[in-house]
Every structure is written in structure tokens, then in C-alpha cells.
Design a protein around this ligand. Structure first.
Ligand code: PLP
Length: 411
């Protein structure tokens, strides 16, 4: 009993703490810029039309609609389609015998599989995370006993990428280190390397024999285009072809609006070592990944996988999904411009162009923790203390109110 009685209570998770405070707050207007979930122009969760159509198709098929177990590795329509979404048809075909894919519990579960796999086979490697990064990264890798370190990323003074230092960190890290790279729409900063910068980074990763781990949680959210947002992943797979494995953790939470259904995949692209070796490595890796899945979830969850698998298997639904991503990315882009324009109109001290220059769900506003606190207490505008705002929480009805609140706390 003493052991139990002495367990320390941990502080509440920052984001879910915000959720609780919002639930207990009856002020209006109240604006939630905390959690990274898409909202429509009325501030409501959005079920994508492609998802509604896929659900109708699944339910209409009385012969195949059931709640049976999936295979351990997941629903083939999902894992196969998901690899094409990430790598593109050409690269997926050309590298098919070197890509091993398993279904995961969304992006978090894919990272967990990656961490377990690395802890089993590369236990001495350090996992490098961007400074800053999504808070869960450190927890996921350290929970498996992996050592983590950071590489420079965000320059608060200039609100830009510390590229030279980032590149130097890649070059200086011990050979074979693991670099966790946000595939696009970096969380929390909304700032991505340019294509030329990616070229240099990936080149340096190849030369140092590092392992690239792409976390792809926002494909389609940065630009509205899956292909554009897959630039870094595809470049990585091509450039590291002969040097090191590429790991990709893929989430359909944001781009398909499947947050609570936990749909994702983990992909491992094996370096090309010639047909004979390729043919033996892939099945071995697959068996190890399936062992991880088996011992933890036995079989991955089926319903969300069927929805996304159905979308990916049906060209009409795939096109609808592409349109849905354009709808989301465009609305977020409009809200970025509206917020920046209002702040300029109000002559709010400072330069606000970075809000428009950043992409994806989030903007690192540059507001201090004290300003964020005041936003919450005085204006019922909620964001995390780092100053990260989820732009998806803005809409035509609240953007002016938010700009005025920003203006008041900045002065
Ligand atoms: N990786 C990053 C960078 C994220 O921002 C998120 C979600 O916020 C995830 C992974 C995983 O999300 P999920 O497990 O909901 O797919």
C-alpha cells in the first residue's frame, strides 16, 4: 500500500487542461485556439463529405459490413492506399518490395511502433527532436528507453528557421542517429524548411548514415495538396535509397477528420540492397512489426480503417477527399490573412506577417505566456502558453474579436 500511497500526481496535460477550463467557462464570446482540430466557419467539428459517402457505402454493403477482427498488420485497403498517398504511385510501385506497412492507432500509435522498433534494434541511437516539437514526441521515445536530444529549429527573435544551426546539428550528430522530421506543417511553429533547405538536410542525413523518421500528421493540410505536402518524405526516400532506412508515421486524424477513430499507418522503407537481400529483409521486418502490434493491440481497430480504406479504393471518393482537404486548407489560409490584416488595421505593435507565412493548423504567434494568460482571463480566448494558436479555431464570426484581444494584450 505504501507504494501506491506514495505515487506522485502528475500535472494535467496542458491541452486537455485547457479543454477543462473551457468547459467550465460560460463567457461569450469564447474562442478555443487550443487543440489542433479543424472547425468549420461556424466553429463546429466537420465530418468530411468523403467520409460521409464512404460510411454510406460501407453500411449499404450488407454482405461485407461486419465488425470482425482485422488482420494483425491492418486492413490491406488502408495500408496499401496509405503508402500510395505518402510515396506517390510511381515511388510506391518502384519501391514496393522495400516498403513494409502496418496499420497503427493513428499517428501516436505509429510513433509508438517506431519507438519500440528502434528500441529493439537500434537501442544505442539518440533520437533528435526539433526544438520545439509536439510535446508527445519526447514522451513516446523516452517511454521506450530511447535517449532523446534536440536540434535547433525556431528562432524566436526573427520568427524564422535556424537553418544553419539545424544543418550543423545534423552533420555533428553521431553517425546513425535518428532524426525525427515533421513531414510538413511543423507543430507547433507552422514553419517548414523550403525545398532547397530540405535538399540540404536530407543530403546531410544521407552522408551521416542517419535514420530519417518522418512524422506525417498534416499531409494535405499545409497546401491542400497531398503531393506537395509529401515533398520531403519522397525526397527522403529517394536520397536515402542506398544509405539508411526511412521510417514514416502517418496519421489520418487531421486530413480525413478522423480524430477519434485513430486511423494511421507505420511504414518502414528498407534501403535498396539488391533484389536478393531486399527479398529477405522485408519479411523479417514485417514479422517484427507485427509482433509489436500483436503484443499491444492484438488487431488494429476496424471502423475508421474501413472508412479511409474505402475512400482510397474508390476514385470518386478519393477526388472528393482531395476537394475536402482544399476546403480545409483554404479556410485556414483565409483566416491567417484575416487575422494578420486585422492586426495591421489596428496598428497592433509588431510585425504579423509570420501568421500568413506559416502553414498548417498552427501559428506560433510570438505572444508571451503572460499575454496568453491575459487573453484567457480577460477575453476568454484560449491558447497554449507557448503562444501556439490553432488557426482552425478562427472563423468569420470571431476573427475580429480575437484580433482586438491580441491587440489589447500586446499593448
Ligand atoms: N505528430 C504530430 C506532430 C502531431 O501534431 C500529432 C497530433 O497532434 C500527431 C503526431 C498524432 O496525432 P494522432 O495520434 O491524433 O494521429
Amino acid at each position: 500500500l505504501t507504494v501506491l500511497n506514495e505515487i506522485p500526481e502528475l500535472p494535467a496535460d496542458a491541452l486537455f487542461g485547457i479543454k477543462q477550463r473551457i468547459a467550465a467557462d460560460d463567457r461569450t464570446p469564447l474562442v478555443d485556439l487550443g487543440i489542433g482540430a479543424y472547425r468549420d466557419d461556424e466553429g463546429k467539428p466537420w465530418i468530411l463529405p468523403a467520409v460521409r459517402a464512404a460510411e454510406a457505402k460501407i453500411h449499404a454493403d450488407t454482405h461485407t459490413y461486419n465488425h470482425e477482427y482485422l488482420p494483425i498488420g491492418g486492413l490491406p485497403a488502408l495500408t496499401r492506399g496509405a503508402a500510395r498517398v505518402l510515396f506517390g504511385d510511381d515511388l510506391a510501385d518502384e519501391s514496393s518490395e522495400r516498403i513494409v506497412s502496418v496499420q497503427s492507432i493513428s499517428g501516436t500509435g505509429a510513433l509508438h511502433i517506431a519507438a519500440k522498433f528502434l528500441a529493439s534494434f537500434f537501442p544505442e541511437r539518440t533520437v533528435y527532436l526539433s526544438d520545439p516539437t509536439w510535446a508527445n514526441h519526447k514522451a513516446i521515445f523516452e517511454a521506450q528507453g530511447m535517449r532523446t536530444a534536440t536540434y535547433p529549429y525556431w528562432d524566436a527573435a526573427t520568427k524564422s528557421l535556424r537553418f544553419a544551426e539545424y544543418l550543423a546539428a545534423v552533420k555533428e550528430a553521431p553517425e546513425g542517429s535518428v532524426f525525427v522530421l515533421h513531414a510538413c506543417a511543423h507543430n507547433p511553429t507552422g514553419l517548414d524548411p523550403t525545398q532547397e533547405q530540405w535538399e540540404q538536410l536530407v543530403q546531410a542525413i544521407a552522408e551521416s548514415g542517419h535514420i530519417a523518421l518522418f512524422d506525417s500528421a498534416y499531409q494535405g493540410f499545409a497546401s491542400g495538396s497531398l503531393d506537395k505536402d509529401a515533398f520531403a518524405v519522397r525526397l527522403g526516400v529517394e536520397k536515402l535509397r542506398h544509405s539508411s532506412p526511412v521510417l514514416v508515421c502517418q496519421s489520418f486524424a487531421k486530413n480525413a477528420g478522423m480524430y477519434g477513430e485513430r486511423v494511421g499507418c507505420f511504414h518502414l522503407v528498407i534501403p535498396d540492397q539488391g533484389e536478393e537481400t531486399n527479398a529477405t529483409v522485408a519479411p523479417a521486418v514485417r514479422s517484427q512489426l507485427q509482433r509489436i502490434v500483436r503484443s499491444e493491440v492484438s488487431n488494429p481497430p476496424a471502423y475508421g480503417a474501413k472508412i479511409v480504406g474505402t475512400i482510397l479504393d474508390d476514385p470518386v471518393l478519393t477526388n472528393q477527399w482531395h476537394d475536402d482537404m482544399v476546403t480545409m486548407a483554404s479556410r485556414i489560409g483565409e483566416m491567417r490573412r484575416a487575422l494578420r490584416d486585422k492586426l495591421v488595421e489596428l496598428k497592433t505593435p509588431g510585425n504579423w506577417d509570420h501568421i500568413v507565412g506559416q502553414c498548417g493548423m498552427f501559428s506560433f504567434t510570438g505572444l508571451s505566456p503572460a499575454m496568453v494568460k491575459r487573453l484567457e482571463e480577460e477575453h476568454a480566448v484560449y491558447l497554449v502558453s507557448s503562444g501556439r494558436a490553432s488557426i482552425a479555431g478562427l472563423n468569420a464570426g470571431n476573427v475580429e474579436y480575437v484580433a482586438r484581444a491580441f491587440d489589447e494584450v500586446v499593448r
